[in-house]
Design a protein around this ligand. Structure first.
Ligand SMILES: C[S@@+](CC[C@H](N)C(=O)[O-])C[C@H]1O[C@@H](n2cnc3c(N)ncnc32)[C@H](O)[C@@H]1O
Length: 362
């Protein structure tokens, strides 16, 4: 699927009860200023709810045009973009809320690890990751990545009945100051059975918004160009608006033109083979044919030749093998003369029985 089509198909908004449960697990007791980023924000609802409850500025990215427009109305900073073509300043986010589309990125590779790798650098050390994925997607790769870059990782199942739809879970983590490369620890963590907690019932905050590390404006910009905008831009300002281009490339055809010199058969055959007269009707007397040309590049082995060479100890005969490249024209014609021959199909291979391209006939 192409990126925009994938985006259209991949809209599974976070259910409101889940957003409220997530909000209960995170707090901002010191009222630190900060930023929350939802890199695939849909219509922006969960990002707005969480940012408001934590006193953070909200940043959203959304590929789908309508959803982007809706999110723009309720989030502080928004980009219509492919998140993978967006620059987000390193360590600029206090919290990342990530509920990526449920799809793959070709060759049966799931997209969730790619989203994690994309957003982790944007999160500041001590920043909070909230990651929503279907439970079967909590793979060893995901767990190893989380264990490497995050601490205090916890796993929660969606409450019923929301869990029944896509068996989603919410993973929380605090971005580590530096990644862990302790292989034994990572292997042990990945091998542990996951203990899923419940998002139902009373929840108390486990995670706190850290002091902000980058104050003031941050880099948050897209280098993605929407195909619709590109088309509109090209039609409005492109070279086709330039009269000089029109004059140079426009050949008004007012009727059949007569060549200055009569064409030889060979010229005609080449024009046909080059496709310049494709789908034209040629008429001789009462018969009419539609023609189509095609040229194929091929190679031909020439007979080997013996050549004499001077070498230190006298002379030596060497066999030289020769291969030539040829352009082989083929012309096809369909008889469209009314009558018995109608529909007759002729293929003219311009190669003789020895495999030589037929010589030009004067
Ligand atoms: C599962 S929905 C989540 C929406 C919202 N974050 C929420 O939790 O309600 C995923 C959203 O990602 C958007 N999307 C898909 N691919 C994207 C991309 N490469 N960049 C930005 N947004 C994308 C889709 O259009 C869709 O709205």
């Amino acid at each position: 699927m192409r990126t925009i089509a994938r985006a259209k198909a991949g809209f599974y908004p976070t259910p409101e009860p889940v957003t409220h449960a997530i909000a209960k697990l995170i707090h901002n007791p010191a009222h630190h200023p900060g930023r929350l980023c939802d890199p695939c924000c849909g219509v922006g609802q969960p990002a707005r709810t969480l940012a408001q409850s934590l006193g953070l500025l909200s940043f959203g990215i959304e590929l789908d045009k309508e959803r982007f427009q809706a999110s723009k109305l309720i989030l502080n900073h928004t980009l219509r973009s492919d998140a993978f073509a967006t620059a987000i300043q390193k360590h600029s986010m206090s919290m990342v809320f990530l509920n990526p589309p449920y799809d793959d990125v070709g060759k049966r590779q799931r997209s969730e690890p790619a989203w994690l790798r994309l957003l982790t650098p944007a999160l500041q050390p001590g920043g909070i990751l909230v990651f929503i994925i279907p439970e079967p997607r909590v793979t060893k790769e995901i767990r190893r990545y989380l264990a490497t870059h995050y601490r205090q990782v916890t796993f929660y199942r969606f409450p019923h009945p929301e869990y029944l739809a896509f068996r989603q879970v919410v993973l929380f983590g605090v971005k580590a100051a530096s990644p862990s490369h302790d292989r034994r620890r990572l292997d042990a963590l990945v091998a542990e059975e996951i203990e899923y907690r419940s998002l139902e019932g009373s929840l108390t905050p486990l995670y706190a918004i850290p002091p902000q590390v980058i104050a003031g404006p941050i880099e948050f910009r897209s280098h993605w160009v929407s195909p619709e905008d590109q088309f509109a831009e090209a039609s409005k300002y492109g070279i086709w608006q330039d009269p000089r281009i029109h004059d140079a490339l426009h050949f008004p055809v007012t009727g059949p033109c007569t060549p200055l010199m009569p064409l030889r058969k060979g010229h005609l055959a080449r024009m046909i083979a080059a496709g310049m007269l494709n789908n034209q009707t040629i008429a001789t007397g009462s018969s009419r044919w539609i023609i189509k040309g095609f040229t194929d590049k091929t190679t031909k082995q020439l007979p080997p030749e013996q050549e004499e060479y001077d070498i230190q100890r006298g002379r030596e005969t060497r066999t030289v093998t020769r291969v030539i490249e040829m352009f082989v024209p083929q012309i096809q014609a369909w008889d469209i003369t009314e009558g018995l021959t109608y529909g007759q199909h002729v293929i003219v291979n311009c190669v003789d029985h020895r495999g030589d391209v037929a010589p030009e006939t004067p």
